[in-house]
Design a protein around this ligand. Structure first.
Ligand code: G1P
Length: 288
């Protein structure tokens, strides 16, 4: 099973990050030295993805500019001898073939993924949620692709979370296959505590077989009156095998302020240029 294409749904309104996101897409907010969306694209590329479709919405065109060349800026940088800066912005544009499609209506994650049907065609593909950032040795999507290839089926990222969090995610009914890999039997979106199937939650990365598209076509609106990807995947896991990967690594929800700050601090501390300075600064601050 070769996974060459990825979808990044990035059409959300970013309401949890207002007013920051009034005129800047949440995916374009900076995480230390580059925007959130670049981390996602880098993860996809390092997992072997060749073509990426970003599902956008009105007011999100700065993402398109970001992955494009910027001839005037590049010329000005070279004129001023800023070769490194010029190479950095070029590299972002050359990372992958990035395509864009507007969701047009905000009808949920399942609808956003369904819009990618003709881009994907009849092959397995990846989905990376635009505000879930991962920090790991092996890219989380790579871990999923490896499991999908090994078992010849869809694979989704999962992690055990506490009761306070499971109600915000999808919960999974699973049974163990091997270390960190589980067979999925059932799932539900944002369950109440009495509805939860376990404390294993789906977290932001998926490798799916193309049969999901015909299922999503007829998936009715579910939780929050939106077409939920989880409802489609629930049907898919009843038709075909599907595995959950309890991935190695840390996941940040940069779509809310605490998750965004947590990611900012962790990534800054690991950054070669500012990390040592920040560590010292924080030590002094916390000693105050
Ligand atoms: C989405 C999905 C949900 C998943 C979560 C975390 O929810 O609908 O199934 O568990 O992402 O990745 P959202 O965060 O958009 O509410």
């Amino acid at each position: 099973m070769k996974v060459r294409k990825a979808i990044i749904p990035a059409a959300g309104l970013g309401t949890r990050m207002l007013p920051n996101t009034k005129s800047i897409p949440k995916e374009m907010l900076p995480l230390v030295d580059k925007p959130v969306i670049q981390y996602i694209v880098e993860e996809a590329v390092s997992a072997g993805i060749e073509e990426i479709l970003i599902i956008t919405n009105r007011g999100k065109s700065s993402m398109e500019d970001y992955f494009d060349y910027a001839p005037d800026l590049e010329k000005a940088l070279l004129r001023d001898g800023k070769t490194r800066e010029c190479e950095t912005i070029r590299a972002a544009a050359d990372m992958a073939d990035v395509f864009y499609l507007r969701q047009k209506e905000t009808k949920g994650l399942g609808h956003a993924v369904w819009r990618a049907k003709s881009f994907v065609g009849n092959e397995p593909f990846a989905v990376l949620l635009g505000d879930d950032i991962m920090l790991s040795e092996t890219p989380v999507l790579r871990q999923l692709v490896d499991a999908a290839e090994k078992y010849g089926c869809s694979a989704i990222a999962a992690r055990e979370v506490d009761d306070a969090h499971i109600v915000k995610y999808s919960s999974l009914q699973i049974s163990p296959l091997e270390d960190r890999i589980y067979r999925i039997h059932d799932m539900n979106e944002k369950p109440t505590l009495s509805e939860k199937l376990s404390n294993y939650a789906i977290l932001g990365r998926y490798v799916l077989t193309p049969e999901i598209f015909s299922i999503l076509e007829s998936t009715p609106p579910g939780r929050n009156n939106e077409i939920q990807l989880t409802d489609g995947m629930r049907e898919l896991c009843h038709q075909q095998s599907m595995v959950a990967v309890d991935f190695e690594g840390k996941r940040y929800d940069t779509g809310n302020l605490c998750g965004y700050l947590e990611a900012t601090i962790d990534f800054a501390l690991r950054n070669a240029e500012v990390g040592p300075w920040l560590r010292e600064f924080m030590r002094e601050k916390l000693a105050d």
